[in-house]
Write a protein that binds this ligand. Structure first.
Ligand SMILES: Nc1ncnc2c1ncn2[C@@H]1O[C@H](COP(=O)(O)OP(=O)(O)OP(=O)(O)O)[C@@H](O)[C@H]1O
Ligand SMILES: [Mg+2]
Length: 318
């Protein structure tokens, strides 16, 4: 769709080159160029607010908007001796004003693709973390255990006292390895969450937090495992952020069910932040991706000095 748009723009205006730009996140990225492969713009441009950034190397650039929201831009570079005529300029303006819907769809598709890629990358990273954890933890412990058992075998016949000492060690090492594996399993899917659901699992986490955390839940039942896990890990990330940045005196976690959606809210009375100038970290991005993958949404409300509230919702079967 976008290459076709670049072509219509280029042929209609007699341009030497026509570019379609797409806004992705807070950047303007070259999305299509006509003729293809002919000196496409090199890189992305940073966008501030809803204004079109300066695009260099072109004669005319117009923003493409949909309901006022900046979605991209159309730009043409004219042949050196043929400046753009009023008719051509009007065609460019018409195309720019009609391109909103097309760019909006392209943007949605691009965002979906990017969020899928982030989810896959996050899963890979999580797998590597587990592999390292198993390798450095339980695996090493079991190797050491096997060595000790062998040693006990060797000395068993002739030195009962030493054998006894080694076996005592073996017992406590086995206990350590077990604890280690339990911790790991808890991190993957907390048993309390599986057994007793969100309220109990979050309450238990709340008790371990450094600041006072209250957990409220109205008539909460049990929901599909992936929905409960998403809400659980989102609340944990929000609580972790509070502990890391907020300097709050208390935090409140609220869980509920509203219009067939499982909802959560984590609000603190800490220092807050300015979302316009604070870059999104992977914590909040993962939250958004994780919920979006299940048809849910998240919003963060914060203001310097006025605390932070993270609200999310996810559809669940009645
Ligand atoms: N409750 C909060 N109070 C104050 N600032 C916050 C709060 N939550 C988030 N922030 C701000 O928002 C930023 C982005 O948070 P996010 O969780 O996305 O990333 P991060 O915590 O910095 O990194 P990561 O989560 O990947 O370890 C934080 O760096 C912090 O500046
Ligand atoms: Mg974080």
């Amino acid at each position: 769709m976008l290459p076709r748009m670049a072509q219509v723009l280029g042929e209609g205006t007699g341009a030497r080159r026509a570019d379609v730009w797409l806004k992705v996140g807070s950047e303007l990225r070259p999305a299509a160029t006509w003729p293809t492969g002919d000196g496409a713009p090199a890189g992305a441009l940073a966008i501030r607010g809803e204004d079109l950034p300066q695009i260099s190397g072109v004669d005319q650039a117009l923003p493409v908007r949909h309901h006022g929201e900046l979605l991209g831009a159309l730009a043409v570079a004219m042949p050196p001796s043929e400046p753009i005529t009023p008719t051509q300029a009007k065609l460019l303006a018409d195309l720019a004003s009609q391109a909103g819907l097309v760019l909006r769809n392209a943007k949605l598709i691009e965002e979906l693709r990017a969020s899928r890629m982030r989810l896959v990358a996050a899963q890979d990273q999580e797998r590597r973390r587990l592999e390292r954890n198993l390798h450095d933890g339980a695996q090493q412990q079991l190797v050491a255990l096997a060595v000790k058992v062998k040693l006990a075998q060797v000395v068993a016949g002739r030195d009962p006292q030493k054998t006894e000492a080694i076996l005592t060690e073996v017992q406590s090492d086995a206990q350590d390895a077990l604890e280690n594996l339990r911790d790991l399993a808890r991190g993957i899917y907390p048993p309390l969450l599986a057994d007793q659901g969100l309220f109990a699992a979050l309450q238990s986490q709340a008790r371990k937090a450094a600041m006072p955390v209250t957990v409220d839940a109205d008539s909460l039942g049990r929901y599909p495992q992936e929905a409960e896990a998403a809400v659980y890990f989102c609340c944990l990330e929000a609580l972790q952020n509070v502990a890391k940045y907020a300097d709050a005196s208390s935090v409140r976690v609220k869980l509920g069910i509203e219009d067939g959606e499982l909802t959560f809210e984590v609000s603190d009375d800490g220092r807050g932040f300015d979302s316009a100038t604070t870059p999104l970290g992977s914590g909040l991005q993962n939250m958004a991706d994780r919920l979006a993958a299940l048809g849910g949404t998240v919003e963060v409300q914060s203001q310097p000095g006025a605390g932070t509230t993270v609200r999310g919702r996810i559809p669940v079967p009645a």
